[in-house]
Design a protein. Structure first.
Length: 387
């Protein structure tokens, strides 16, 4: 089968020649280094130093695209979700020390454990909004925003070009939220859902107006799968009650899924956490085609998904534990978990795409992810990969 045929079969709950392989690689994760070398597309410290010197954005984008293409090609992925390109008008950081920079008045350092650049004093997403400011913005929105014109992301365009040159038919996934990622709401906004629901509805209307327009256009660029939704649950369950989810979030998800389908693409709900209290709404009422970020550590195990009949309705995109096994497990533990995951994925014919439970993020050991892919390759009789 081609990559497209393999992925489409899985979404259609048919038996492909082998389970499709999908992954998201965090930019600059050291897993890139043995595959692509260390350069401004794979080493964040080098990239920031280059931006300090005013590197041409086209050079940065080329390096980013090469890294994204080379890592996907090396692991022979079927489906990819690419990270966005550095904007052409990027702001140059100020160099403070060997591994220290300043950007927009915030001090950044290189984390010696992950080798990534991060704020010296981290700030939670929920603390980035001032209640009075957001309230004023919402109340001042009197009409729908002007229609937008979207251009293809530069990294995406270049990766497609490189893949086409080598006859590689990746299936491309876009990721587009519409204000439904409840985990990123500031605490006061969660209170508004109960005390001032009209404010939240107005804010969501504004978000979805932009996102729906964006979705229609981006599918036209060749994205065949759209990940939507965003984090809505924690380990203990949804951040909001099922009733509040049904009022504020589910209708937007349903509208967004319809937009994706009418545009000719497949819709994937992406969210960490324990969704069992909203199982009916999340999996069955939403109309989604797939489920990504299957959080095994939060109780979203393959056994329970099969028992609930979710695998018959929704393509399961997972379920290698990226919270524990890929970060702290042995390579043998990784191997055994992947084999078990593949076997469970085939209990119901098709309907499964292998993927880490979130991504190859900063804490994933590169050798553990290589072990995961080699377990997959062993299961399907493919040759082993090595650095």
């Amino acid at each position: 089968m081609t990559r497209h045929e393999r992925v489409r079969a899985a979404f259609a709950h048919k038996v492909p020649d082998r389970t499709p392989l999908f992954e998201i690689f965090q930019p600059y994760q050291p897993i890139h280094w043995p595959v692509c070398g260390r350069n401004i597309g794979t080493d964040q410290s080098m990239a920031w130093d280059a931006m300090v010197d005013g590197v041409d954005c086209a050079e940065l984008v080329e390096a980013e695209a090469r890294a994204a293409f080379d890592i996907a090609k090396f692991f022979e992925l079927d489906m990819v979700r690419l990270n966005g390109a550095t904007p052409a008008n990027y702001t140059r950081p100020l160099k403070l020390g060997e591994y220290e920079w300043e950007l927009h008045g915030v001090r950044y350092i290189r984390n010696p454990r992950t080798m990534l650049v991060e704020p010296a004093v981290p700030v939670a997403d929920s603390d980035k909004y001032a209640e009075d400011n957001l309230r004023t913005q919402i109340e001042s929105w009197e009409a729908a925003p002007e229609p937008i014109t979207v251009k293809p992301d530069a990294v995406y365009s270049r990766v497609r070009e490189l893949a086409n040159e080598q006859g590689i038919d990746f299936v491309y996934m876009a990721e587009i939220g519409a204000g439904t990622g409840v985990a990123f709401y500031p605490p006061f906004m969660l209170m508004w859902m109960l005390t001032e629901p009209e404010l939240v509805h107005k804010w969501i209307d504004r978000q979805k107006s932009f996102s729906f327009d964006y979705t229609r256009q981006i599918v036209g660029f060749g994205y065949e799968v759209v990940a939507l939704g965003g984090d809505v649950s924690s380990d203990k369950g949804p951040f909001i009650s099922p009733a509040v989810y049904r009022e504020f979030i589910l209708p937007v998800i349903q509208e967004h899924v319809d937009i994706v389908h009418h545009s000719g693409a497949l819709a994937v709900y992406t969210s960490d956490g324990n969704h069992w209290p909203i199982k009916q709404e999340f999996f069955f009422d939403s109309g989604i085609d797939g489920y990504k970020e299957v959080d095994r550590a939060a109780g979203m195990t393959f056994e329970r998904l099969i028992e609930a009949g979710i695998d018959q309705k929704v393509c399961i995109i997972g379920n290698i534990d990226a919270r524990h096994t890929l970060c702290m497990g042995t390579q043998q533990q990784v191997h055994d978990e992947v084999i078990d995951c593949l076997k469970k994925g085939q209990i119901s014919p098709g309907g499964h795409i292998l993927h880490a439970s979130h991504s190859v993020h900063e804490d994933v050991k590169p050798d553990n992810y290589l072990a995961a892919v080699n377990a997959y390759r062993e299961y399907f009789g493919l040759s082993e990969l090595s650095w």
